[in-house]
Design a binder for this molecule. Structure first.
Ligand code: SF4
Length: 253
């Protein structure tokens, strides 16, 4: 064989036809150089159900030799091909609100949002004496206190940012048009702990956020001190009409 381009295409086509049959091999569509001694020849795929797919046949040519060898024959999707969406790990597919009754969503052992409950200070702080931590754990275990893990600083910051940027935050239309902020509302219950200076819980049964966390900067029209403006008040009722008709008058009809 010769090593010119025509020979490479012919060799690739012959190998492809031998592998998959002539009926599904279309026109030669492209040649792509892989390196100094290898080319990939692309042919259209005419198999039903594979529009846009292409056969790729890689051939190698040793320099200074006439021989062409076939490395591999594969079917690859082109730009127009219909392909399955990229696989996403199941954990990344779960969205808030996807859990149904009975579903279990275990937390990773090294989830950065959680730290062992006996840790104090910044969990990444290497200055905290491990012996001191171990001692705290032993005491906590012995007393049966607390939870196994608690929110880490990172987990707390993530939650605060998520809440502030979302529905409980100050930027939603409900809050933007509110007469006042949750921070001054009598219906807001204060949280305890690390986020108590920024968030509370709404306890107004008529508010959209009843039972939910709200930022101090959030707000709604059900604020405890909200007042209707004069032009928003209903028009006053007309004077009552004095009806002079009596039962006797009716019976005379
Ligand atoms: S009633 Fe409205 S303003 Fe008051 S705490 Fe609830 S959401 Fe905030």
């Amino acid at each position: 064989m010769t090593t010119d381009a025509t020979s490479a295409v012919e060799t690739a086509r012959a190998a492809l036809v031998e592998q998959v049959g002539e009926s599904v091999v279309g026109e030669h569509v492209a040649t792509v150089s892989e390196d100094d001694s290898a080319l990939t020849e692309y042919f259209a795929c005419t198999q039903a159900g594979y529009p846009g797919w292409r056969w790729a046949v890689t051939v190698a040519m040793v320099p200074d030799q006439d021989r062409i060898t076939v490395d591999e024959v594969v079917l690859l999707p082109g730009e127009e091909a219909i392909v399955a969406p990229a696989w996403v790990p199941w954990r990344e597919r779960i969205k808030p609100g996807d859990l149904s009754p009975g579903d279990i969503l275990p937390v990773e052992e090294d989830d950065p949002r959680l730290v062992p409950a006996y840790l104090t200070g910044d969990p990444g702080d290497e200055n905290v004496d491990p012996a001191e931590r171990q001692q705290q754990k032993l005491v906590a275990d012995e007393l049966g206190l607390g939870r196994v893990r608690v929110l880490s600083l990172e987990g707390r910051d993530q939650a605060a940012q998520r809440w502030y940027d979302g529905e409980p935050g100050p930027d939603v239309p409900l809050a933007q048009s509110a007469p006042a902020r949750c921070g001054t509302c009598g219906f807001m219950l204060r949280l305890s702990g690390g986020l108590s200076d920024r968030f509370g819980v709404c306890a107004n049964e008529f508010a959209n956020d009843d039972g939910k966390v709200v930022a101090f900067q959030h707000g709604c029209g059900a604020h405890s001190e909200a007042q209707l403006r004069k032009k928003q008040l209903p028009p006053p009722l007309p004077d009552p009409v004095f009806d002079t008709m009596t039962r006797g008058d009716l019976e005379d009809f």
